[in-house]
Design a protein around this ligand. Structure first.
Ligand code: PLP
Length: 385
């Protein structure tokens, strides 16, 4: 069971990084729940010394993620935020970063509240306009950090265009690909140097694990990330590595259904008289619909829409029965949330307004349930509005 380099995406999701367990032939990589490894003699071991440094379950996941994102190596971390933190250790005091202005709220908080203390500087630009990205670059810019589609506004950045601009200045590009997943979009194919994931979302896909990963291309990045994963130690545990490995096996099937359900729900909402606006890259009304169609396979599982007031949003959020009112996204079950008071509460109010994260905005992470049931649930909750 050796997966070939050129095997299809679905085949690599199932097989890459994994071989039958050498001691028993178990087809599934075991959960190596161990802290250390017995050495045969002084200085003679099997490549495993201490489980912060190496763990076979984690290695299998890392091999799998590197393959499906099209990178040369992957490193699994305790959370998406730990993965992003590891990427930021490539920088030193005085360095400047240009980041997408509608970043995941936790990433914005990490940059502003934690990393500024270490003299890193950040400029947030609307990277869906490449001119704004270019204008934000300074002589000391050492990283471009992109998120596309953004959360929750679902703005799209032209990855090939952004990478060409950054590389023209000798600046590497990192992309948070959590919202899309490698089924929908593979940033490395458009020139990105680093991809970060919250595996908590679509990669694991079953709402039962918190984790993160960095996928890298360049040898210097790989060498540093391998060092820092061990030196700083924010590793993914073996149980979680196993859960994500299980999750990626069905990623293509799940993503196809997430795409399909989200597209249908977005269309339903757009036609509903009580809905003021729908933000979904799959709708022709989305300002970057054509770009999304070129860059993505399907348009992802996330939808944002406006109901006109906080009261109306509250009625809908409290009225749904099948959809669960919860933070997070990317699980098999449909989640509904209120960005301004939930996921984006840590973004200052005036910044939220500027980004369009108004109090009437509702976000749906479309799960893989039967579409008719999701639509019926939305219909009955919208009736209450
Ligand atoms: C959830 C999320 C993160 C953070 O991941 P955790 O696993 O919660 O630490 C980062 N970026 C995006 C886009 C996310 O959705």
């Amino acid at each position: 069971m050796k997966v070939r380099e050129h095997a299809g995406f679905g085949t690599r999701c199932i097989h890459a990084g994994q071989v039958p367990d050498p001691s028993t032939g178990a087809i599934i990589t075991p959960i190596y729940q161990t802290s250390t490894y017995v050495q045969d003699a002084l200085g003679v071991h099997k490549g495993y010394e201490y489980a912060r440094t190496q763990n076979p379950t984690r290695s299998a996941l890392e091999g799998n993620l590197a393959s499906i994102e099209g990178g040369n190596a992957a490193f699994a971390f305790a959370s998406g935020m730990a993965a992003t933190s590891a990427v930021m250790t490539l920088l030193t005091a005085g360095d400047h970063v240009v980041a997408t202005d509608n970043l995941y709220g936790g990433t914005y908080r990490l940059f502003e509240r934690v990393l500024r203390k270490s003299q890193l500087d950040f400029t947030y630009a609307d990277t869906s306009r490449l001119g704004e990205l270019e204008r934000a670059i300074r002589p000391n810019t050492r990283l471009v950090f992109l998120e596309t589609p953004t959360n929750p506004m679902l703005a799209i950045t032209d990855l090939a265009g952004a990478c060409a601009i950054a590389h023209g200045h000798g600046i590497p590009v990192a992309v948070d690909n959590t919202f899309a997943s490698p089924y929908v979009q593979r940033p490395i194919e458009f020139g990105a140097d680093l991809v970060v994931h919250s595996t908590t979302k679509f990669l694991n896909g079953h709402s039962d694990s918190v984790g993160g990963a960095v996928i890298a291309v360049r040898d210097d990045h790989i060498e540093w990330l391998r060092f820092v994963q061990n030196a700083a130690g924010a590793i993914l545990g073996p149980m979680d590595a196993w859960l994500v490995l299980r999750g990626t096996k069905t990623l293509p099937l799940r993503m196809a259904r997430h795409n399909e359900n989200a597209m249908a729900l977005a269309g339903y909402l757009a036609a509903h008289p009580k809905v003021a606006a729908v933000h979904y890259p799959g709708l022709p009304s989305h300002p970057q619909h054509a770009l999304a169609a070129r860059q993505m396979r399907g348009f992802g599982g996330l939808i944002a829409f406006r109901l006109g007031s906080l009261e109306r949003a509250r009625t809908l959020l409290n009225g749904v029965r099948l959809m669960a009112l919860a933070e997070s996204l990317g699980g098999v079950e449909t989640l509904i949330s209120h960005p301004s008071t939930m996921t984006h509460a840590s973004v200052p109010p005036d910044e939220r307004q500027r980004l369009g994260i108004t109090d009437d905005l509702v976000r749906i992470s479309a799960g893989i349930e039967d579409l008719e049931d999701l639509q019926e649930d939305l219909a009955q909750a919208l009736d209450l509005v």
